[in-house]
Design a protein around this ligand. Structure first.
Ligand code: NAD
Length: 349
């Protein structure tokens, strides 16, 4: 075993069907009395239902994707105007992103109630977008103080969003397995996270109201978020970040790029790939992930989600420019080949 450093993050997790009823207790635990609830317009009814009996100071229901700075500032101003002493984010990675943006400048504690599989609730990573570019950073202030995982809140999550968001979580596990600062504990969580999600997602696509599979998928998402919270991401996440800047949807981009980024790193990360193969029960990790995505009905080509072929070279150049640790050296020509394969949706071998 090689030497390692593991720094666990101090998030409290409350897990189980119906656990959202513990929200009032969790707010009281923080000593908070004026919660600002955060949500997307689409989830407003769900938030109204779960907020009965809570000490609610107000609701910000204008969450949008990618945390645009201007919208985040409006949420921050509302929190200050209402004298909120905590934020409760009920929703996917976008909603949790708004909670983090408020915490970043105000230090307000966040309670996250995730309803997708993004894993953002477990990380210190924040993101803000301005003028078409997304800035990200890590700050312990933005880590939610408590996370309530209630699978009942995910029963209506559409199949397409479930599949894409679940693959985003699997991507966290994959990169944690070959992270330069990985360790045996993170690897255990990552392998188990892949196993839980890869088993649950096909059942969810067949029956979104299957509470067992919904529970297993949230469990996998928790593990996935926990893995990237303490490890560095590599080529796959960097590429998706660049493509996100071109306006491509976050989770779908992750799903499409993942098998190709894995193919890029395959020979340089044998132990990680062996673990992924074991978790999936397949002989080849890259084609195994590709086949899983196809079975989930996900879009398989960057061309299908709005990528412009003329932008492939620029994306490859940007991804290869800034040096960062990755199992295989990041170089322009093979990265461009990876992107071309993802653009065309070729099955990796
Ligand atoms: P999302 O939060 O944008 O949600 C996708 C859609 O699903 C939205 O329309 C939302 O209203 C809807 N939805 C959410 N929960 C639902 C439910 N239970 N039932 C029905 N509909 C529901 O998507 P996402 O993939 O969860 O998050 C993407 C964002 O999260 C990106 O901005 C990404 O950068 C960020 N993210 C951050 C981290 C991190 O560590 N900071 C990690 C992963 C993702």
């Amino acid at each position: 075993m090689r030497a390692f450093v593991y720094n666990a993050l101090p998030t409290r997790v409350v897990f189980g069907p119906g656990s959202v009823t513990k929200l009032a207790e969790e707010i009281a635990r923080l000593g908070a009395k004026r919660a600002l609830l955060l949500t997307t317009p689409g989830r407003a009814a769900m938030v109204a239902a779960v907020s009965k009996n809570l000490p609610v100071a107000g609701v910000f229901d204008k969450v949008v994707m990618h945390t645009p700075l201007e919208a985040a500032n409006r949420a921050r101003e509302l929190a200050a105007k209402l004298g909120a002493d905590c934020c409760v984010a009920v929703g996917g990675g976008s909603t949790i992103g708004f909670g983090k943006a408020i915490a970043l400048t105000s230090g307000l504690p966040v309670i996250a109630v995730p309803t997708t599989y993004s894993g953002s609730e477990m990380t210190t990573i924040w993101g803000l977008s301005e003028g078409g570019a997304k800035k990200t950073g890590r700050d312990p202030k933005v880590l939610p103080k408590a996370v309530i995982y209630d699978p009942e809140l995910t029963l209506e999550l559409p199949a397409a969003v479930s599949a894409a968001s679940g693959m985003n979580a699997i991507a966290h596990c994959v990169e944690a397995l070959y992270a330069h600062d990985g360790n045996p504990i993170v690897s255990l969580m990552a392998e188990e996270g892949i196993r839980a999600l890869a088993t649950a997602l096909p059942s969810i696509i067949k029956n979104g109201r299957d509470i067992e599979s919904r529970s297993d998928a949230l469990y996998g998402a928790w593990l996935a978020g926990a893995t990237i919270s303490t490890t560095s991401v590599a080529l796959h996440h960097k590429l998706c970040h660049v493509l996100g800047g071109l306006g491509l949807p976050h989770a779908e981009t992750h799903a499409i790029v993942l098998p190709h980024a894995m193919r890029y790193n395959y020979d340089a990360a044998r132990e990680a790939m062996r673990r992924i193969e074991r978790a999936l029960g397949v002989e080849n990790a890259c084609s195994g992930i590709y086949d899983l995505e196809k079975a989930l009905g996900l879009p398989m080509r960057l061309a299908d989600i709005g990528m412009n072929e003329a932008d492939l070279e620029c994306a490859a150049r940007v991804a290869a420019e800034a040096p960062y640790p990755n199992p295989r050296k990041v170089e322009y020509a093979p990265v461009l080949e990876l992107l071309r394969n993802a653009y065309q949706g070729r099955r990796p071998s």
